[in-house]
Design a protein around this ligand. Sequence first.
Ligand code: GDP
Ligand code: ZN
Length: 356
Amino acid sequence: MHEQLRKLGFSRSHLEYVFENSIDPGLLARVVSASHENYLIQSLSEQCLAQISGKLRFSAESASDFPVVGDWVVVSDSSSELITQILPRQSFIARSAVGKRDQQILAANIDNALVVMAADRDFKLARLDRYLSLIMDQNIVPVVFLNKIDLIDEAELNRLESEIFKRHPHLTVFSGSIHQEKGLQELSESFSPGLSFCIVGSSGVGKSSLINYLARQHLERVKTVGSGTGRGRHTTTSGHLHILANGAILIDTPGLREVGMTDAESGIQNAFAEIEELARQCRFSDCSHNSEPGCAVRKAIEEGMLLEEKFTSYQKLKREAARFGQTIAQKRQKEKGFGKMVRQVLKFKKNNKVIQ
Ligand code: GDP
Ligand code: ZN
């Protein structure tokens, strides 16, 4: 049973929660797609269309209290089509990162986000910053795919890669071309079994092409969890959570693909370029912009040319890039021993008669 949970992306922290709250793991399911309060859910044994319980609805204070794709939910022990609880989200991607209350949550429990960038004229580091701040706020590990390298020469590619590296030294960056099927194998191998990832990026960078490639490449083996192999009722609902051939879980909804586009005005957009430019004028090249003499960043803040908050968020992003820029290998390492823990917990619960 635990293997099945893990295949669906169940994580250690969810497990701890389930354990602490004496939730029967047999009642867990993952939301595969959500539309108009109809939820296609995948449990350990079946998929079905489910609704939320009256209690859950009445206790909901905002849109974010309703299930979204990727959520782990608990179903009623009397009906597998009734959702009674949403497990706390380990991470989520929302449409508006600013307004805390009324943000629209697009997907939950995401481990990795693949930020697709195009290497052609559209390439803008400021955009990458925007996506990274959106992602890393949530403890989601970003991976970058620099697409369309068929449109540039090697010198230009080196230039772009080093530009990214200079700004975000800990970031994992792949480059390639979907048209030429270059770099894609490596990229798809970077996603680990049982980890959920999503694909984001500006319009036109190649997200749909990449998803088509993944679907083509893994055609017989791509299991669209929500494609309606269960009961007859949900034939019109399509899933947005797919298990790829290597076991990685792709969460793909149209809204998610476009996230960040609408947040263009969030103010992050140009802040980084601006600060980097100022930093180049500091007296010391390793200036930390705290109290060093001749600091151009401090001077700009004092003169009201640069908002203190912008600078703070810049520093935060830099720190987080260092913290969350852990390699995928490290993440994998962390997930090791998971199976053992699940077995221990289940054994414990069994001995304590929590599971019938
Ligand atoms: P989306 O808006 O991010 O989903 O981007 P699409 O997948 O729709 O791609 C936008 C355009 O870029 C389409 O015309 C694709 O054919 C093209 N495109 C995608 N990948 C590549 C690539 O590797 N090289 C080139 N030259 N064009 C590409
Ligand atoms: Zn400085």
